[in-house]
Design a protein around this ligand. Structure first.
Ligand SMILES: [Zn+2]
Ligand SMILES: [Zn+2]
Length: 297
């Protein structure tokens, strides 16, 4: 049976899952940050100050605000610093103790137990590889793209680490985000587009947890259909469409010079472990689908 990767009936909502304000090391106040994304046409936003929750009810905006936090347990096996995790859907009255003495796994489990969606942040910038990340169980997703890490030192794109985890049969969603600390110049570089029942926090979180979304720095994915034998994507105008699976399995379909692609199909019988779609537009901006997990050969 052919199935869409996205909710059949729903609305597309654009959002940023990672940003800072003067409540931690951001350069703008929480009110200014919210106004910035509202003006930028976003539908939802998670404020993720370091080790600090916030109460979405205190702010007046047309956007949906998701309670969230960035937290930093120690990473004893790393020589390059503490962990960075985002927890989405965290209530402001979250009362579990939170400090760097508590192990990363214990903290991840506490957030998960309270209904949060946990994201491994910017692993390339952190200097973390697959071996370190796979020590943490139960994280839901990984930032394949983090805009501030790209702007700072060109280490925003963690796709390579992401594929190495998927290949080892770990299941992670793909997130693209801003991690904006500065003003508008730091915003609107990476986001997710979620197809949800409506714009409530519960519907957005349900859609994210069910994989009804994609990550992007520019192009749009309109639909992905999969029937076990072939996978088909419809998207905005791009120069290449990649179907990617374990190791060398997959294919790239390129537009002829001077033209664009908006759809492609791959007969994916040779795929193993996972299949994901990655597209690239004429400016080199990308979008990443969520992986479809498939049996090994
Ligand atoms: Zn961080
Ligand atoms: Zn951050």
């Amino acid at each position: 049976m052919t199935q869409s990767q996205f909710l059949e009936q729903g609305v597309w909502l654009r959002g940023n899952t990672h940003t800072h304000t003067t409540r931690s090391d951001g350069k703008v106040t929480i009110e200014e940050r919210i106004a910035m994304y509202e003006k930028g046409g976003y539908d939802f936003l998670a404020i993720t100050d370091h080790n600090k929750t916030y109460d979405p009810k205190n702010y007046d905006t047309k956007m949906t605000l998701i309670g969230a936090i960035e937290f930093h347990p120690q990473n004893p096996v790393s020589t390059s610093g503490d962990w960075h995790f985002i927890a989405l859907n965290v209530p402001h009255d979250f009362e579990e103790p939170l400090n760097t003495e508590i192990s990363a796994q214990v903290l991840v489990n506490r957030f998960k137990k309270n209904g949060a969606y946990v994201i491994v942040c910017h692993p390339y910038w952190c200097g973390f590889d697959k071996k370190e990340i796979e020590l943490i169980k139960n994280a839901d997703a990984l930032e394949v793209y983090n805009h501030v890490c790209e702007q700072a030192i060109g280490k925003g794109d963690s796709t390579n680490i992401y594929d190495s985890l998927l290949q080892a049969e770990h299941q992670y969603g793909a997130i693209s985000c801003d991690d904006s600390h500065g003003g508008e110049e730091a915003c609107f570089g990476g986001w997710i587009n979620v197809k949800a029942k409506d714009n409530s926090v519960d519907s957005i979180m349900d859609a994210i947890k069910n994989g009804s979304f994609y990550a992007s720095t520019g192009p749009s994915i309109h639909d992905i259909r999969y029937d076990g034998e072939s996978i088909e994507v419809d998207c905005s105008e791009v120069r290449s469409i990649n179907f990617m699976s374990r190791a060398q399995k997959g294919t790239q379909i390129r537009a002829d010079k001077g033209s664009s692609l908006t759809t492609a199909t791959w007969e994916c019988k040779s795929a193993s472990t996972y299949i994901r779609v990655q597209i690239e537009d004429h400016e080199g901006r990308k979008a990443w689908s969520q992986p479809i997990y498939c049996p090994n050969e």
